[in-house]
Design a protein around this ligand. Structure first.
Ligand code: F6P
Length: 341
């Protein structure tokens, strides 16, 4: 078999573990040939690739990022993208393509699969918001990074009697906010799934200070928004060069809380540090298992599927179902956190 692999969308700890696993299983166990496209779908569209052998994946298991590079280019964004991709797959004689990516990548994979390409997707994202898999690799690492940051921020917040509003990643869902906030014992957690009530947030933080505590930590997912009309809110817009500008929820919340509480507040934006660096053992194992099972699915001719973790088992589910909707935090999970607004 000749297999093409690519990593697309925002990078994520564990991508290299999947690439390594695909090469090990395919080349060593099945005698396949594997090529890796550079910079995601861009590599497939431009026929930019290299051959991957055992040597090329040596020592990458614990390495963050992706040795193949990534981009947010997608075939459907080009007028002839799908046709170009089909042409290159035929020219290269590929029997299977394994795209590793999040929501956008898997949507592109679904489109190409519907157009007849032999695809087995591997879901990845630190956001953990892909439906049809219990967990995505990268999430455990990101939660660990955010939790460590929260633990550290507590001591400086206490020294200065401050409110720290810590913004974590999560454009559409609050999985990282919920898990890191719970793990670090945050005093309030704000997620995109529920518009927050600024009055309630002010009350919760204020009660802490009234009770004699010297600081408060609020974890907020970057996509969180207030109940419409409840506070002055800047949706962002264009910067001076015409690029998208994000106003930032942590900045706006810290201004508002400082004003309402008369306590010093500071925004802390963790940003891409959550995506960088070495994956945890959990993420390495999950990524390795996904790679192994993707090759197996390809050999069974099970195309138009993604690998998925269900309980402790790896299975495959149709790409179409996986891209139908995002996996949001269910309401009952908030109750367990006790401090989700
Ligand atoms: O999809 C993962 C993610 O980390 C989001 O949580 C975040 O909003 C986004 O990627 C940031 O991506 P970029 O690399 O384009 O800044």
């Amino acid at each position: 078999m000749r297999i093409g692999v690519l990593t697309s969308g925002g990078d994520c700890p564990g991508l290299n573990a999947v690439i390594r696993s695909v090469v090990h299983r395919a080349v060593v166990d099945h005698g396949d040939e594997v090529i890796g496209f550079h910079d995601g779908w861009k590599g497939l569209l431009e026929c930019d690739y290299r051959k991957l052998d055992l040597d090329s994946v040596g020592g990458i298991l614990a390495r963050g990022g992706t040795i193949l590079g990534s981009s947010r280019v997608r075939p459907e964004h080009l007028r002839d993208g799908v046709e170009r991709a089909k042409g290159h797959v035929a020219d290269l004689g590929l029997d299977a393509i394994i795209p590793i990516g999040g929501e956008g990548t898997l949507k592109a994979a679904h489109l190409l699969s519907e157009a007849g390409l032999p695809i087995v997707g591997v879901p990845k994202t630190i956001d953990n918001d892909i439906a049809c898999t219990d967990v995505t690799f990268g999430f455990d690492t990101a939660v660990g990074v955010a939790t460590e940051a929260l633990d550290r921020l507590k001591t400086t917040a206490e020294s200065h009697q401050r409110v720290l509003i810590v913004e974590v990643m999560g454009r559409h869902t609050g999985w990282i906010a919920l898990h890191s906030g719970m793990a670090a014992g945050a005093h309030a957690i704000v997620v995109p799934e529920r518009p927050f009530d600024i009055g309630e947030l002010t009350r919760v933080v204020g009660e802490r200070f009234k009770a004699g505590k010297r600081f408060a930590i609020v974890v907020v997912a970057e996509g969180a928004k207030p109940v419409p009309g409840s506070m002055r809110w800047d949706e962002g817009g264009k910067d001076v060069y015409g690029h998208e500008r994000f106003a930032g929820v942590a900045r706006q919340l810290s201004t508002e809380l400082e004003h309402r509480l008369g306590k010093e507040a500071r925004p802390v934006i963790l940003g891409h540090v959550q995506r960088g660096g070495t994956p945890t053992a959990y993420d390495r194992v999950l990524a390795t298992r996904f790679g192994w099972h993707a090759v197996e699915a390809a050999h069974r001719g099970e195309f138009g599927m993604i690998t998925s973790l269900r309980g402790t088992d790896i299975t495959t589910v149709p790409l179409g179902r996986a891209v139908e909707s995002l996996k949001t935090v269910p309401a009952e999970r908030y109750a367990e956190a006790q401090c989700v607004l």
